[in-house]
Write a protein of this length. Structure first.
Length: 391
């Protein structure tokens, strides 16, 4: 497994794919970036090699300039490790690591290459940034170049995996000869018995990256409204902020609205521990902004909320809306209208019958349809075929 942007113990890379392959008899090595260089064996029996990734400046452009001047290239170090471990297959997880694919393909022992496409990177560049005018035009041009290079570099790979059919279709148009499969990012957390509703600590929970387009500001405004009728409402945000500036802005907004007693922030928790916090919560929040990225994406947290019996307040569009509506386990809202978000929260907290119905429906859907077992079977089948030695 090769990654640079995702954490070493990422839910898809480590806890799903790597652990599943290890369980089925494969020897796994994950080469990734971290604060220090290490080489160790994880409790699950997966060897982890880390390459030090230095940050020279908080400004991304200054960081890249200094990095270039100092000839700092951690991907060159990664390539050395790739050669050293001499693996039968290399499973690429990030766009930047993809630049190594052509060199890996030329290695003398002819390893297999699998490219795992977690996101539509072009659309992320286009729509994650709140830029206007000429800068926005430049970003769109840059996104098109990234897309072309990504597809060009993967044309001689052996297999690629995607998280959604739409991404698979786009790659198939460019590389129709390549084998491909959709591996949905369903949850592999274990089903649990929920804590009694009266004993739970948080009415609301959000888990994941915290940035402008994932709705934290609208959620805060909604909590201000809910507080008028429910003064003790409690909300927990779990996850890292995308920038220090945005973290300061969000927390200042909480102070300005005098919601310090109602809203709590907690940094990322170990994947195997996140269920404990779901078990202390009542409602999952998934109010993403209506930008193209979220029309064609599936947030794994949605299925985790469902598994733990948390009815969900979600955006009224895209895949999240589709899964939640089909499973009857939440209330879709306009994510840009705090009043609508607040009404959905109040409705779930005051209508016990509706709450229990949605809680049961979500849990059943996660246990029977939206779970990792079916995806694990697809993954193992792919690896067995790719690495079968011909007689």
């Amino acid at each position: 497994m090769l990654s640079d942007m995702h954490p070493l113990f990422d839910d898809r890379i480590y806890w799903k794919e790597a652990v599943s392959l290890k369980k089925h008899g494969y020897n796994l090595i994950h080469i990734g970036f971290d604060k220090d260089c290490k080489d160790f064996m994880s409790p699950e029996g997966i060897r982890i090699i880390t390459i030090k990734k230095r940050v020279f400046h908080r400004n991304i452009f200054l960081h890249k300039l200094i990095k270039t001047i100092l000839f700092d290239n951690p991907h060159r170090t990664m390539m050395k490790k790739i050669v050293e471990v001499r693996a039968d297959a290399y499973h690429i997880h990030d766009l930047k690591v993809n630049v190594l694919g052509e060199m890996i393909k030329k290695l003398p022992w002819k390893p297999k290459i699998i490219y795992d496409i977690h996101e539509d990177y072009g659309d992320m560049i286009r729509y994650y940034n709140q830029k206007k005018g000429f800068v926005k035009w430049l970003l769109f041009r840059y996104a098109s170049i990234v897309e072309r290079n990504e597809k060009r570099r993967t044309k001689n790979y052996d297999f690629y995996l995607t998280v959604l059919p739409e991404i698979k279709e786009r790659f198939n148009k460019k590389n129709p000869h390549m084998q491909s499969e959709v591996i949905y990012n369903y949850t592999n957390l274990k089903p649990v018995s929920n804590t009694s509703k009266s004993l739970r600590k948080y009415e609301l929970i959000y888990s994941g990256l915290i940035n402008w387009c994932r709705g934290p500001l609208e959620i805060i405004d909604a909590i201000e409204i809910v507080k008028k009728t429910m003064p003790d409402i409690k909300m927990l945000f779990i996850g890292r902020f995308n920038s220090l500036e945005f973290e300061k802005y969000v927390k200042s907004k909480v102070r300005d609205k005098q919601l310090e007693e109602n809203i709590e922030f907690q940094s990322e928790v170990p994947y195997e521990k996140v269920g404990e916090l779901y078990n202390k919560s009542m409602i999952g929040m998934a109010v993403f902004h209506p930008i193209k990225v979220f029309y064609y994406s599936i947030q794994v947290k949605t299925f985790e909320y469902m598994l733990y019996g948390l009815p969900i307040v979600c955006s009224n569009f895209g895949y999240v809306n589709k899964f939640i509506t089909e499973s009857h386990c939440g209330i879709p809202v306009d994510p840009l209208k705090p009043e609508e978000i607040a009404l959905a929260i109040i409705r779930l907290l005051t209508d016990s019958k509706l709450y229990q119905q949605m809680s049961r429906s979500g849990k059943q859907a996660a246990q029977t349809r939206y779970n990792w077992q079916s995806e694990e079977e697809k993954l193992i089948t792919i690896y067995n075929k790719l690495l079968t030695v011909e007689p």
